[in-house]
Design a protein around this ligand. Sequence first.
Ligand SMILES: [Zn+2]
Length: 243
Amino acid sequence: MIGQRDHVSGAHFAFTDRWGGVSAAPYEEFNLGGAVGDDPAAVHANRGSAARSLGLDPAHVVWMNQVHGPDVAVVDGPWGPAADIPSVDAIVTARRGLALAVLTADCTPVLLADPVAGIAAAAHAGRPGMVAGVVPAAVEAMVGLGAEPARIVARTGPAVCGKCYEVPDGMRAEVAAVEPAAYAETSWGTPAVDVTAGVHAQLERLGVRDRQQSPVCTLESHDHFSYRRDRTTGRLAGYVWLD
Ligand SMILES: [Zn+2]
């Protein structure tokens, strides 16, 4: 169900955990991902109950086709029934009441809102997306619609932590060359990447000051889906919307 929830000046932020839904193993229980092999009826039911528990109309939640890239789409309503959902890793809206959703299982879900301008964004920042700059691209799109970085509230959700996300030494060097804050070491002393730290460093440089980070590491928490731990598994969702 809803694991974490927060609101600031009419901007709402929520992140799910893995329990309370109807998906069968290995997606048990609250899988919200539609492209992981789970029964579509179970995903539909879970998305419906998540939306209702947040006070949202399930038909007014916008999902994206995430591809680990830097591209952003501006949306002003739900996709039509026959729409080609764009392959982007960030969506931005100026429509109050329209909820934006991001799916993750170890990648960093990033929720952004400028409550004064009425602009919200959701972004999917895994290692490639963080390096490619999907979060700065989302902020730039928000600013293009009238947001100001100093007013943006940022929340990052449950994600694999820098002490668990082991990578080859060369990969860590490549990531750190782009974003030094992402340089990390596992708890067992090998090269690692801290994607969430990289995202927060990017936001800080852009002037986004009101930032909070979930304390949950998906790989360590059995209350959350983790792709690196389980491979075939469900997806968590983050939701952002404005009153
Ligand atoms: Zn961890």
